[in-house]
Design a binder for this molecule. Structure first.
Ligand SMILES: NC(=O)c1ccc[n+]([C@@H]2O[C@H](COP(=O)([O-])OP(=O)(O)OC[C@H]3O[C@@H](n4cnc5c(N)ncnc54)[C@H](OP(=O)(O)O)[C@@H]3O)[C@@H](O)[C@H]2O)c1
Length: 279
């Protein structure tokens, strides 16, 4: 496993397991158990995913030692604010059956971010979280948070895939000491990513699969990856990425797939923000 030090003394595994859109009863618990059995130790959930209890049940059943695990959860915009975030955090902790969280994130750059951040700084001081960070923050929002707060985010979790490579955002974060975590590494299957010809050729050359090439490419960029799958075979496949390297020519070829556009949600577009944040 590769690790990244995201805060003093806090080492985060660079390959983890995401559980978004695993809602059917029992499926999330089984997937997390499969992942833990495979060797994943970083699990990425959120209150918004409504499966923290299933993640917690899997953690308890797995017998994995708490010190080895690295658990991330997130506060949704409706949970932001000094008191609201404290209550939301306590509820997440209870659902997960834990007494501390490794990484607590603000899920989206909307709502009472500053109130939430003050509470998160306090959680850190109280030892209830090991690191705090954000998700979906563009560089300008990140700069604002960094400039006007005591503690800077340890991590920013953003969409990164071969069609939306986010090089500028990565450079900005690295220059400001914020670790880069990518969500939807497989673009959730969009743009026929699993049949993409350039990736197919690279995968063939290494006797690997397209998902493995994508994860390797992100790891070599220094990005923390959290692929999701509910299939045991794929959970194994996505973990088997530590025995090959991509050549400079292969990385250049992948760079050409970048469209510079999100495949999901542009947090800078007011109409998209309104549509998604109304409920
Ligand atoms: N912070 C945020 O706003 C945010 C947003 C989105 C996601 N996330 C996090 O990032 C994680 C990953 O993103 P994501 O779940 O949206 O998408 P993803 O990991 O890019 O893609 C998941 C899709 O790929 C399929 N898949 C996985 N491994 C495969 C393989 N080896 N071969 C073929 N198909 C494979 C899965 O199918 P099966 O499950 O059927 O195998 C699923 O349909 C989430 O689970 C969540 O933890 C965060």
């Amino acid at each position: 496993m590769m690790y990244k030090e995201i805060a003093p003394g806090v080492k985060m595994p660079m390959l983890g397991f995401g559980v978004y859109q695993i809602e059917e009863k029992g499926v999330c618990k089984k997937a997390v158990l499969d992942a833990l059995q495979t060797g994943y130790r970083l699990i990425d959930t959120a209150s918004f995913y409504q499966n923290e209890s299933e993640v917690g049940a899997a953690l308890a059943e797995s017998g994995a030692s708490r010190e080895e695990l690295f658990i991330t959860t997130k506060a949704w915009p409706t949970e932001l604010g000094e008191d609201k975030t404290k209550r939301a955090f306590d509820a997440s902790l209870t659902r997960l059956g834990l007494d501390y969280i490794d990484l607590y994130l603000i899920h989206q750059p909307f709502g009472d971010i500053y109130g939430a951040w003050r509470t998160m700084e306090q959680l850190l001081q109280d030892g209830l979280v090991r690191a705090i960070g954000v998700s979906n923050f563009a560089p300008d929002r990140l700069m604002d948070l960094i400039l006007f707060n005591e503690i800077s985010p340890a991590v920013n979790q953003i969409e990164i895939n071969v069609f939306y490579q986010q090089w500028e955002a990565q450079a900005f974060m690295e220059a400001h000491g914020v670790a880069v975590e990518g969500w939807a590494p497989f673009a959730r299957g969009r743009n026929s990513v699993f049949e993409e010809p350039t990736l197919q050729e690279i995968a063939k050359a290494h006797n690997k699969t397209i998902p493995q090439v994508i994860l390797r490419w992100q790891l070599e960029r220094g990005i923390i990856c959290i692929p999701k799958s509910t299939h045991t075979k794929r959970i194994h496949e996505n973990f088997d990425v530590f025995d090959f390297d991509l050549s400079p020519a292969e990385k250049t070829a992948i760079k050409l797939l970048d469209t510079g556009k999100t495949l999901f949600f542009d947090q800078r577009d007011p109409s998209q923000v309104e549509a998604r944040m109304k409920h």
